[in-house]
Write a protein that binds this ligand. Structure first.
Ligand code: ZN
Length: 202
C-alpha cells in the first residue's frame, strides 16, 4: 500500500505558507509505516519543535489502474475518509530551503492519521465540508469546492506516474488554518457534522 499526498491544493493554504499556487499537483509520498495505529495517541517526535496538523479528505483506491483518464477516475474509489498529514514544519522548511525532498518531515512514523472510511455515495464530493477542532476550538474549516485540483484530476495526474493499486490512499490536500500541536492537545475531525475521530497528542 502506498500513500500519495497532494500539497498546496487549497489556494488559501498555499498562501499562508508563502507558496505559489501550483500549475500541476504537488505530489509527495508517505511510507505505509507512517500510518498511526488505530486508537493510538500521537507522540510528537523528538526531532521537531513545530509539528503541524493538516486535516485532509482521503480517498481509498478500490480499483487499480495506470493512465487513468479524468472521466474514468471516479470509478477508481468508492470510499472516503479524513486524515491528518502531520508535518514537522521546522524540518520541512529547512529541507525546502536547501531544495531537498520533504520525506523526513512528512513520512515519519505516525504522521498519517486515518479515520474509518465511508461510502462516497452519501456525500456531495464537490461540496463537502470538513473541519478540525483543537481543544474544542475549530481551527480548520474546509470545503472541497475550494480544491485547486479535484479528486478526479488528482487520480488522473498521479496515475500517469504511479500505478494505482487497490488499497492505496490519497491525501487530497489541506485547507488553511494549519498549526502547531502541543502535548495534551486533543484534536477532533468532522466530515459534515459527523465526528470521524478524536486524537490525543502526547
Ligand atoms: Zn498535507
Amino acid at each position: 500500500m502506498k500513500i500519495i499526498c497532494i500539497g498546496r491544493n487549497y489556494s488559501e493554504h498555499a498562501k499562508e505558507l508563502g507558496n505559489e499556487v501550483p500549475e500541476d499537483p504537488v505530489i509527495f509520498m508517505k511510507p505505509d509505516t507512517a500510518v498511526l495505529k488505530k486508537g493510538s495517541d500521537f507522540y510528537i517526535p523528538e526531532f521537531s519543535d513545530d509539528v503541524h496538523y493538516e486535516l485532509e479528505v482521503v480517498l481509498k483506491i478500490s480499483k487499480g489502474g495506470k493512465y487513468i483518464r479524468k472521466e474514468a477516475a471516479s470509478k477508481h474509489y468508492e470510499e472516503i475518509g479524513l486524515g491528518i498529514d502531520f508535518t514537522a514544519r521546522d524540518l520541512q522548511s529547512k529541507l525546502k530551503n536547501k531544495g531537498l525532498p520533504w520525506e523526513l518531515a512528512k513520512g515519519f512514523d505516525g504522521s498519517a492519521v486515518l479515520s474509518d472510511f465511508v461510502s462516497k455515495e452519501n456525500y456531495d464530493l464537490q461540496n463537502l465540508n470538513f473541519s478540525l477542532a483543537k481543544n474544542q476550538q475549530v481551527v480548520q474549516n474546509g470545503n472541497t469546492k475550494d480544491l485547486i485540483f479535484n479528486f478526479d484530476d488528482i487520480i488522473s495526474f498521479a496515475s500517469q506516474y504511479f500505478t494505482l493499486r487497490v488499497g492505496d490512499l490519497i491525501f487530497t490536500g489541506t485547507p488553511q488554518g494549519v498549526g502547531k500541536v502541543s502535548e495534551n492537545d486533543f484534536l477532533e475531525a468532522y466530515l459534515e457534522n459527523q465526528k470521524m475521530f478524536g486524537l490525543k497528542i502526547q
